[in-house]
Design a protein around this ligand. Sequence first.
Ligand SMILES: [Zn+2]
Ligand SMILES: [Zn+2]
Length: 333
Amino acid sequence: MLKETAQGLYCPAGDFHIDPWEPVERALITHAHGDHARPGSAAYLCTPHTAGLLRRRLGADITLQTIDYGVPLAVGGVNVSFHPAGHVLGSAQIRIDASEGVWVVGGDYKRAPDPTCVPFEPVRCDTFITESTFGLPLYRWDDTALVLRDITSWWDANREAGRASVIFCYTLGKAQRLLAELSSVTDRPVYAHGMMLGMMDAYREAGVSLPPVKPVIEAGGRSNRATFAGELVLAPLSARGTPWMRRLGTISDAFASGLMRVRGVRRQRAYDRGFVISDHADWPALLATIAETGASRVLATHGYAEPLARHLRAQGLDSGVIRTAWEGEPGSE
Ligand SMILES: [Zn+2]
Ligand SMILES: [Zn+2]
């Protein structure tokens, strides 16, 4: 019922695409990350919270219809509904109910708790399209509480040594989650790169409770402080190695990502620390979720699609791979 096309995943019965990477007539969008929400389509359909993020990223003038979680809507000849994916604010799985059966496109999803978005809800279906960003058995996440303890002890050590602590992370999702999680374990203020402030505001406008962040550079171009020694700064990956870093003085840096599970990756990218915290499902969560859907057919996409599909076939499921234009890093932001 869903077909791979040059523009992305297409539903002929409903005449729409899901997360197309080229402009199309009607795009159903699972969430606002750059590898799922592309500019140029004639009409968009997404959840209200994704809509706020989409307008910021793609422009206030895009043609956009919103759909609440769990509310069915007829699109073309099929009924669709959106269900929480627990990935980032507004993120959704898309359920398609057609004559050939029920399909669910999971988009990106995670099962770990996240104070900044609605938790994932398993949806029963015949065919489940699952992400496989971290679809290898070595990807297993620790409890967030343990990661937070690592972050705060690293921050403490840097403070004693007179260094700033810089955590690189994705601007949409990870930065807000880290900020919200940190506010539960410390009252100390957190600084952020200016590029992150817009999405922080978007989360607040959506009603997500986030502590205030201080911009490293105030309006007018002056640094917020004479010294950032001892402070914690969140920054986008694109800021690494730029002149902006100089005003932070001596730093220790870290990357917060599921990719940091692999020591070789951390070493190769030369971060002082890697904090393994991800907005994607780890291996056990992928398998548990697939089982919960009850799907007899599972198609894997993004990242380690082949290994996951092979594993599922060995378990007796009908499983294959859907290719995307975005092979490589998750949540390209
Ligand atoms: Zn993605
Ligand atoms: Zn994503």
